[in-house]
Design a binder for this molecule. Structure first.
Ligand SMILES: Cc1cc2nc3c(=O)[nH]c(=O)nc-3n(C[C@H](O)[C@H](O)[C@H](O)COP(=O)(O)O)c2cc1C
Length: 667
């Protein structure tokens, strides 16, 4: 009798072999293209020709929710489930955050980071009973913040309870074009960031979001029309189904165990629209990506017990307006080596990585399986060295057994009790960190870098789709770090380029029971004033280009730098300078905090500036007028200051320390 092949076992072999062959090693990088022609970059914007469009409102500016309230889940009243709220949800998660210009090049940045700024993740909205939006399945076009209606739904669905879902898919080629075989991993990390971005954006509205666990890959492909060959004509790149999120217009999900997606796919109506071709001339083929994708399709839903810690958070979090934190998130392109982080800020930041029943981890219906290992360089009160945070105490014995036996496992002094945080090695690890991260200085000049160690092979062997899930969890951790770093006056950068083997050697990991899936770094970032920043939807009709230039991962100097535009700059100034400036009575003083904060107190004579009225100031003020801009702590104001400088204002100042610093100085 011949044995019947077990498809899951085969799939497991395929995906584990994929992971193995796409490890970067000191002596050899994973296979990728040998040459890149940036002018041939795939179009970063998918569109469906013929599908009717709905332009979404850009109303994020009107939402005053402080960042800390997202975690507290106590926004005064949840926003109504209507078109304007859908606009805010997407504007604060997957929309463009700015256009950048450098010399002749122009490229968009989004609220989510993306490896190489290539953005392989596509998003769909499934709506039913959303006021102002006809029921249906929509594709989101971030370039102009609009929805394309791909499909209607039958009366049966329309009659059911109102609801909204977001489907996420990946166009692997967009990422593979630059990164070759390793790209499948990066696509998954990007999906993790998108989950985080959507959960935070839902929180801004007083809503929540939850993984629709019951949806299989097939369900998602059917629901979003990804399986419709005829709609992807002429070689238009296909989209792989990743996941479905259920958006709940309430601050805390009433039924935490709810995993069903609550949709009947059979009830969809006729489809409209044809996908555009993103890359006409594909120079390479990476068949292992298709194999990895097929091996990690989810064929059934698996309910699992949820580990949730029940401990109070460390610190309340930032009172800064959440929308402004989200829209100003950027990756650091370099760090000031003199910058240090206080231990309070550090513990607050890593505390936000613990799985609790509140945002953002309430979106995550799974056991936490990623445990960050830190390279601490410049954190007050912590000796430089290697440290670990266990996000689930159950893993400790297994990790101790799998790692080198000379690791210290010592709790540093004064660690808050809820953190399972241990020192493993005491040593200056700046050089090691730099080499390990493909020689990138952002990993050594920062306050700390980290690698995300996942519980790996047994899990993936049992259920291969979890390979994707582990990367999503890592991306979600990265997203929390990005936003927390922003609120604390620091900046983060995700790191996909690291030597997998070397990280495992540092810890003494000999088999694949654990694997490092994503790295990250946080520090004090100088502002890059060479690059011009333009608003994301300045005229809502930005010219469509076939290809936008991404920021390369290391160094991030853009192509064509020789044709650099005339440098436009602003100055960061202290309270004393600001006081003197205001005495002259000539300066325009602008407060860019949220309306509530402005109302309850502002610098005398300051006017309130928002994204909605900034153009009035830009166009109605003589360019020689000195302009002083302040925010809460002096970070976000630098972005607006740069915009004034870009508009050729000659004396532009950003107030260091912001309004908080001004108040403290008793000015
Ligand atoms: C999965 C992932 C991997 C990344 N890897 C690197 C990296 O190795 N080095 C780096 O400098 N930036 C890296 N980045 C940051 C991206 O370059 C950055 O997100 C992108 O240029 C867009 O800029 P923004 O984050 O400021 O919007 C990574 C980002 C992500 C999400």
């Amino acid at each position: 009798m011949t044995a019947v092949p077990d498809p899951a076992a085969n799939a497991a072999e395929v995906i584990l072999a994929y992971h193995q062959r796409t490890r970067h090693r000191l002596e050899r990088y994973a296979a990728g293209p040998e040459t890149l022609d940036w002018s041939e970059q795939p179009n970063p914007f998918r569109e469906f020709a013929g599908a009717p469009r709905v332009l979404l409102p850009l109303a994020a500016d009107e939402v005053a929710t402080p960042f800390s309230e997202i975690y507290a889940g106590r926004v005064a009243a949840p926003a109504p489930l209507d078109l304007s709220s859908v606009g805010v949800l997407l504007q604060l998660s997957l929309a463009l955050a700015a256009w950048k210009e450098y010399g002749p090049d122009r490229w968009a940045l989004r609220c989510t980071p993306s490896s190489g700024n290539l953005h392989p993740t596509e998003a769909y909205v499934v709506s039913r009973g959303v006021e102002g939006l006809e029921d249906g399945v929509y594709h989101y076009v971030s370039r102009d913040h609009s929805l394309e209606r791909r499909c209607g739904v039958s009366d049966k669905i329309a009659a059911a309870a109102p609801g909204m879902w977001i489907g996420l898919t990946s166009i692997h080629w967009r990422e593979a074009w630059k990164y070759g075989e390793r790209a499948f991993r990066y696509c998954q990390l990007d999906v993790g960031h998108a989950i985080g971005a959507l959960r935070y954006a839902a929180g801004v509205l007083g809503w929540t979001a939850r993984m629709a666990e019951a949806a299989t890959s097939r369900d998602i492909a059917g629901l979003l029309g990804l399986d419709r060959d005829a709609d992807f004509p002429g070689g238009a790149e296909r989209e792989a189904p990743d996941l479905l999120l259920r958006i709940l217009p309430e601050p805390i999900a009433a039924s935490l165990g709810e995993a069903g997606h609550g949709l009947s796919i059979e009830s969809l109506g006729g489809w409209v629209g044809e996908a555009n071709l993103l890359d006409r001339r594909k120079m390479y083929k990476w068949p292992v990506i298709d194999e990895a994708s097929a091996a990690t399709r989810k064929t059934r839903s698996v309910a699992e017990p949820r580990y949730r810690g029940n401990f109070p958070p460390i610190g309340l979090g930032s009172s800064e307006r959440a929308a402004s934190v989200i829209l100003n998130r950027r990756s650091a392109q370099g760090f000031d080596r003199r910058g240090r982080m206080g231990s309070g800020a550090f513990y607050h930041m890593i505390d936000r990585l613990l799985a609790r029943n509140v945002a953002p981890w309430d979106v995550w219906t799974y056991v936490p399986r990623i445990h960050p290992v830190f390279f601490i360089h410049r954190v007050d009160g912590l000796e430089p060295g290697l440290y670990i945070l266990l996000r689930n105490p159950d893993v400790e014995m297994r990790l101790r057994q799998a790692t080198r036996n000379d690791l210290l496992w010592q709790r540093p002094e004064h660690v808050p009790p809820q953190l399972d945080f241990y020192r493993l090695v005491a040593a200056d690890c700046t050089k090691v960190a730099r080499v390990l991260h493909c020689h990138q200085a952002i990993a050594s000049d920062s306050c700390f870098a980290l690698g995300m160690i996942a519980e790996f092979e047994p899990l993936v062997r049992a259920e291969p789709w979890r390979y994707k899930q582990l990367h999503w969890e890592a991306g979600l951790l990265g997203h929390v770090l990005y936003l927390e770093a922003e609120t604390l006056g620091f900046r983060g950068t995700g790191i996909g380029c690291y030597f997998d083997e070397s990280m495992h050697e540092i810890l003494g990991l000999e088999d694949a029971s654990f694997a490092s899936l994503y790295h990250f770094t946080v520090g004090v970032a100088p502002v890059d004033t060479r690059i011009t920043t333009l608003p994301p939807y300045g005229d809502r009709a930005l010219p469509q280009t076939e290809a936008q230039h991404p920021e390369p991962d290391s160094g991030k100097s853009t192509k064509g730098s020789s044709g650099m535009a005339e440098q436009a700059t602003f100055e960061r100034v202290g309270v004393d300078f600001a006081r003197e400036l205001m005495k002259s009575g000539e300066a325009l003083v602008l407060d860019m905090r949220d309306p509530g904060s402005y109302e309850s107190g502002h610098i005398e004579g300051a006017e309130h500036v928002t994204e909605a009225n900034i153009f009035n100031f830009l166009s109605g003020t003589p360019k020689t007028t000195p302009v002083l801009i302040y925010c809460y702590h002096g970070n976000a104001s630098q972005v607006y200051a740069q915009t004034f400088a870009d508009f050729r204002f000659t004396k532009v100042y950003s107030l260091d320390g912001g309004y908080e610093g001004w108040k403290q100085a008793g000015a």
